[in-house]
Design a protein around this ligand. Structure first.
Ligand code: MG
Ligand code: MG
Length: 244
C-alpha cells in the first residue's frame, strides 16, 4: 500500500502547478488521469458507482464529489481535489484543498485549520485506542476555530477495496461502531470542515455535495497505516516512508 500511496502523492505534486486561474477542472482531471495511467495505475474513482472522472474536484462551497467540467478556476477560489488509485490491487486515497492565487483571510484560515484537523486526527491514532479518538480530536480543533464538521460523510478503512470497515467519523459520533485500533490497520482520514453550518445538500447531478448555507468548505485526506510505532502517513507528499 506504501507503493500505491507514494504514486498518489506524486500525482498531487505533479498537478499543483496546474491549479491556476483560468484552468478548467476538466483539464485538471485529464492531467490527473494521464499521470495515473503513465504510472501503470488505475484511477479508482472513474466508474465508481458511475462517477464519470478520475478526480473529484470541488470548488469553494462544494464540499466533496464535484464533477470535473469546463468550469474555470478563479483567482481566490479554493479547490478541493480528491484522488484514488489502484496499484497491484491495492488502493490509496487522498485529498487536498488548494488555494487558487491569493485567497481571502477566511479561506486561508479554513485551509490551515482543516489541515491541522487532519494532522491532529492522525496523531490521535495508536494501537489499543478506539476509532472515536480521531473524530474527537478533529471536532475539538474545528470548533475551537469557529468552524463546523460535516457529519454525513466519513473516512474509512482502505486496502483491497476503496471503502472498507471501519467507518472513521470526523466528529464525536455516538451511533457508529467504535472498534479498538490494532497494528496493521489502514484507514483514510478525511475531515471536511465548513466555515458555517455543518449541514450539506446534494446537487441535482446526484454527486456534488455543497454546504447548505453556501459558505466555504475544505477537505484534506491521507491514507494512514497504524504501525507498532504509531501512525505512518502513506500518502505523505515528499519523500515517502522515510519522511515520517
Ligand atoms: Mg478521497
Ligand atoms: Mg476517502
Amino acid at each position: 500500500m506504501q507503493a500505491s500511496a507514494e504514486i498518489l502523492a506524486s500525482v498531487f505534486l505533479g498537478i499543483r502547478e496546474l491549479v491556476v486561474p483560468g484552468a478548467t477542472t476538466k483539464a485538471l482531471d485529464d492531467a490527473i488521469e494521464a499521470i495515473i495511467r503513465e504510472a501503470d495505475c488505475i484511477p479508482s474513482f472513474k466508474g465508481y458507482h458511475g462517477f464519470p472522472a478520475s478526480a473529484c474536484i470541488s470548488i469553494n462551497e462544494e464540499v466533496v464529489h464535484g464533477i470535473p467540467s469546463e468550469r474555470e478556476l478563479g483567482e481566490g477560489d479554493i479547490v478541493g481535489i480528491d484522488i484514488g488509485l489502484i496499484k497491484d490491487g491495492w488502493h490509496a486515497d487522498s485529498a487536498e484543498s488548494i488555494p487558487v492565487g491569493e485567497v481571502g483571510e477566511e479561506a486561508a484560515k479554513l485551509l490551515r485549520v482543516t489541515q491541522e484537523c487532519l494532522e491532529l486526527g492522525i496523531e490521535a491514532i495508536a494501537p489499543g485506542r478506539r476509532i472515536s479518538v480521531i473524530g474527537t480530536a478533529i471536532e475539538q480543533h474545528a470548533r475551537a476555530n469557529g468552524f463546523s464538521v460535516v457529519e454525513s460523510l466519513v473516512g474509512h478503512g482502505i486496502g483491497r477495496d476503496l471503502h472498507e470497515d471501519p467507518q472513521v467519523p470526523n466528529f464525536r459520533c455516538f451511533t457508529m461502531p467504535d472498534p479498538v485500533m490494532e497494528e496493521g490497520l489502514v484507514i483514510a482520514i478525511e475531515p471536511m470542515i465548513n466555515c458555517g453550518t455543518k449541514r450539506v445538500v446534494t446537487d441535482r447531478d446526484e454527486w456534488t455535495i455543497r454546504t447548505a448555507d453556501r459558505r466555504l468548505s475544505a477537505h484534506f485526506e491521507h491514507t494512514v497505516a497504524l504501525t507498532a510505532d504509531g501512525p505512518r502517513i502513506l500518502t505523505r507528499r515528499g519523500s515517502g516512508v522515510a519522511a515520517f
